[in-house]
Design a protein around this ligand. Structure first.
Ligand code: AMP
Length: 283
C-alpha cells in the first residue's frame, strides 16, 4: 500500500488520477483505526475508484492538551488493517509542519450557528480546528466524495456547511455509526477504557434506545430529566450533556414540529475518557 507523507508527492499522484478520470473517495481520520473507520473506507470503495485515507492527529482541534498527548498513534497497525481490506487504498500521513507550515493555528469559521451547539459549548475552538484541517485537506486531495461518520454527527453537519459556504466541490456523505457488540459506539478513545469502564459504557446506547422509544409518547424535557436521573445514580459515568435537537439546525427542541427530523445527543465521561454518541429519533 502506498503511504505518502508529503504534500507535493500527494499532489503528483492525484493529478495522475485526475487525468485518468479516476474518482477519489476521501476518508479523513486521526488514525488508531477500528471497524468504524473501516466501514467508511468500505463505503467509499463502493462509490469511488480509489480511496484516499488520511491519518493525521490534528493539533488545532484539541482543546485539551493531555487528550492530544494521550491520543493513540498506531500508523503501522493502521496500515495493516487497511491492507487486510484488499481495496484500492492510498494513505496520506503528513506531519503537522507538512500540513500547517510554521504556523500550527486554526482559522476562524462560521457555520450558521451549528458551531455553538453541544460540542461547541464544551470544546472551545474545536470546530475551527476541524474546519481548518478539513478545508486544507479538501483543497489538497480534491476528492469527488468525502465520507464522515454519523458518530460525530455535529461534525458531519459542520463539514456539509463548510463545503457549501466555501464552494468546495465535494459530495459529503454521512455513514452510520458502527458499534461494539455491547452497543458502545466504536471510538479510538475506547482503547483507553478499563474492562470495567467499557462494560459500564454499554449503558449509553441502551439509554439512547430507550429515549427513542419514549420519544413517541413523552416530551423532550421529561425525557431529558429521565436521562439525567439515570446518570445521577451512576457511580462510574458522568453525564456532560444530553440534548434532543433538530437534526438539521442542531437546536434543542421545546416542541416537536411535524415533518422535522430529530436526534438525541449525549456526551459522557468514563473516568477521564470522553465518549459521545447519538441516535435518530423519528427517522
Ligand atoms: P476520527 O479518527 O475519530 O477523527 O474519525 C474519523 C472518521 O471516522 C470521522 O468521520 C468519524 O465520524 C468516523 N468514525 C469514528 N468512529 C466511528 C464509528 N464508530 N462509526 C462510524 N464512523 C466513525
Amino acid at each position: 500500500m502506498q503511504i505518502i507523507k508529503e504534500k507535493a508527492a500527494l499532489q503528483q499522484v492525484i493529478s495522475g488520477f485526475k487525468s485518468n478520470e479516476t474518482t477519489i473517495g476521501f476518508v479523513p481520520t486521526m488514525g488508531a483505526l477500528h471497524q468504524g473507520h473501516l466501514s467508511l473506507v468500505i463505503q467509499a470503495a463502493r462509490k469511488c475508484d480509489l480511496v484516499l485515507v488520511s491519518i493525521f492527529i490534528n493539533p488545532t482541534q484539541f482543546d485539551n492538551p493531555s487528550d492530544l498527548q494521550n491520543y493513540p498513534r498506531t500508523l503501522n497497525s493502521d496500515v495493516a488493517l487497511l491492507e487486510e481490506l484488499n481495496l484500492n487504498v492510498i494513505v496520506f500521513a503528513p506531519n503537522a509542519s507538512e500540513l500547517y507550515g510554521d504556523s500550527v493555528k486554526a482559522e476562524h469559521f462560521e457555520y450558521d450557528g451549528l458551531e455553538f451547539e453541544m460540542e461547541g459549548k464544551f470544546r472551545s475552538g474545536h470546530f475551527n480546528g476541524v474546519g481548518t484541517v478539513v478545508k486544507k485537506l479538501f483543497e489538497l486531495v480534491l476528492p469527488d466524495m468525502a465520507f464522515f461518520g454519523e458518530k460525530d454527527y455535529q461534525q458531519l453537519q459542520i463539514i456539509k456547511k463548510l463545503t457549501e459556504k466555501h464552494n468546495l466541490p465535494v459530495n459529503v456523505v454521512g455513514c452510520p455509526i458502527d458499534r461494539e457488540n455491547n452497543g458502545l459506539a466504536r471510538s479510538s478513545r475506547n482503547e483507553r477504557l478499563t474492562a470495567q469502564e467499557r462494560e459500564n459504557s454499554a449503558i449509553i446506547y441502551k439509554i439512547l434506545q430507550t429515549v427513542k422509544e419514549k420519544f413517541g409518547t413523552e416530551n423532550a424535557s421529561n425525557i431529558t430529566e429521565w436521562v439525567q436521573k439515570q446518570f445521577n445514580s451512576h457511580s462510574f459515568l458522568k453525564l456532560e450533556y444530553f440534548e434532543i435537537a433538530d437534526s438539521n439546525t442542531l437546536k434543542t427542541i421545546n416542541k416537536q414540529v411535524s415533518g422535522a427530523q430529530y436526534r438525541a445527543f449525549i456526551a459522557v465521561y468514563a473516568g477521564d475518557v470522553r465518549l459521545i454518541d447519538n441516535i435518530a429519533l423519528n427517522y
